[in-house]
Design a protein around this ligand. Structure first.
Ligand code: NAD
Ligand code: MG
Length: 390
């Protein structure tokens, strides 16, 4: 039986992971499940999967979690420290599906135990890529990509030599506002940004898809994970979301990965890797689909994309700045304090501020330094908001 833990079990990726596990419960020994405010969901799944422990991220929800688990053998715990402690429990495979930088510390801890980390939490790679990869290397642990594009690239690279890779193309659906003119984008509301044409995901990544901050994060993720240079990474808007990524080789071949927009494919691939097992995802009928479209993303309407290339060019902990600032502007957009296009403008301003702060962003990439820069970047965002409103 494989020992597994799921961090962010109550979210979209977490629930898709549980869907796969439930189909073969006898094969898994579930160690830890974690969640946030949805105590009922967390407790019900922890009981159904017979987990050793359930952890809520919120200290003040411990009593609720205890009550919800009453009569079962599942232990309850709460708070950020408890999340890290849960990650220290021996497991063979750990799903990292917390949203945001909160996923970093538990992910690092799981790697220190030598676990295979199935990484959906792209923020970890963007804000602390080198730290995550070094930790994995030092502890003989493995990171498997769960983002659909990166899983696709990973699959296209099986048996290939990285030397032969010329470029990596990741696709973007274009999100909710693919064809919106710039003027209309300025007025885009939270409700409009919160619906995705093809994928069913958590609210934050859905809005990030509309702004293409998600794709910007994924460009950095590609650079960190596969070690390719920034000018080898391209983004193509592909409205059908059926080709997830393509790898171009030096002989001119382009290997594309196609599949239904269902995260259970990428999750299942990481769960069973290196085997390829049967998965409950829809099979594509290409004759019915008829055509696939590709266009170059418009840099004026999706300014977030260019920021990713600035992050990679600057290096150091500029990714930490970018991620922290992006998470904070998103909080402000969700709270209706700023407009849709203000998000990229403010992140760019914050990055420009840190550009000159070499002593900060060129310091050693440790969890403490990353956390500190993350906090500073968030503060700069708040300051920018104060300055805007006078
Ligand atoms: P979600 O909002 O549906 O779920 C997030 C999970 O994290 C929940 O379990 C929530 O309780 C937990 N959480 C939130 N804040 C927390 C905190 N401060 N501390 C601890 N736990 C916290 O998000 P999602 O769509 O499942 O995305 C999860 C991660 O996977 C993100 O990094 C996202 O970018 C990535 N991802 C998601 C998809 C997708 O299809 N949903 C695809 C690719 C990558
Ligand atoms: Mg993706």
């Amino acid at each position: 039986m494989r020992k597994i833990s799921i961090f962010g079990a109550t979210g979209s990726i977490g629930q898709n992971t549980i869907d796969l596990i439930r189909r073969d419960l006898a094969g898994y020994d579930v160690v830890a499940l974690t969640g946030g405010a949805n105590i009922a969901r967390l407790a019900a799944d922890a009981i159904a999967l017979n987990a050793d422990i359930a952890v809520t991220a919120y200290d003040d929800r411990l009593d609720d979690l205890r009550a919800a688990l009453a009569g079962s053998t599942v232990k309850a715990a709460a708070g950020q420290m408890a999340l890290v402690e849960a990650a220290a429990r021996p497991a063979d495979w750990v799903m990292s599906a917390i949203v945001g930088i909160a996923g970093l510390a538990p992910g690092l801890e799981a790697l220190k135990q030598g676990a295979t980390l199935a990484l959906a939490n792209k923020e970890s790679l963007v804000c602390a890529g080198a730290l995550l990869l070094d930790t994995a290397k030092r502890h003989g642990a493995r990171i498997l990509p769960v983002d659909s594009e990166h899983s696709a690239v990973f699959q296209a690279l099986v048996g290939e030599d990285m030397e032969a890779v010329e470029r990596i193309i990741i696709t973007a659906s274009g999100g909710a506002f693919r064809d919106w003119p710039l003027e209309q984008l300025r007025q885009a509301t939270l409700a409009q940004a919160s619906s995705h044409p093809n994928w069913d995901m958590g609210q934050r990544i859905t809005i990030d898809s509309a702004s293409m901050f998600n794709k910007a994060m994924e460009v950095i993720e590609t650079h960190e994970y596969f070690g390719v240079k920034p000018d080898q990474i391209e983004v193509l808007v592909h409205p059908e979301s059926l080709v997830h990524a393509m790898v171009g080789f030096r002989d001119g071949a382009l290997m594309a990965h196609l599949g239904a927009p269902d995260m259970r494919h990428a999750i299942g691939y990481a769960l069973h890797w290196p085997e390829r097992r049967k998965l409950p995802v829809a099979r594509l009928d290409l004759a019915k689909i008829g055509q696939l479209n590709f266009v170059t993303p418009d840099p004026a309407r999706f300014p977030a994309l260019a920021l990713a290339y600035q992050v990679m060019a600057r290096g150091g902990m500029m990714g930490t700045v970018f991620n922290g600032a992006k998470e904070r502007v998103l909080d402000h957009f969700i709270a209706s304090r700023i407009g849709f296009l203000d998000m990229a403008t403010i992140v760019e301003q914050v990055m420009a501020y840190f550009e000159g702060q070499s002593s900060l962003i060129d310091d050693a990439m440790t969890l403490d330094n990353v956390s500190q820069i993350d906090q500073l970047a968030r503060q700069r965002v708040d300051l920018a908001l104060v300055e805007r409103t006078g």
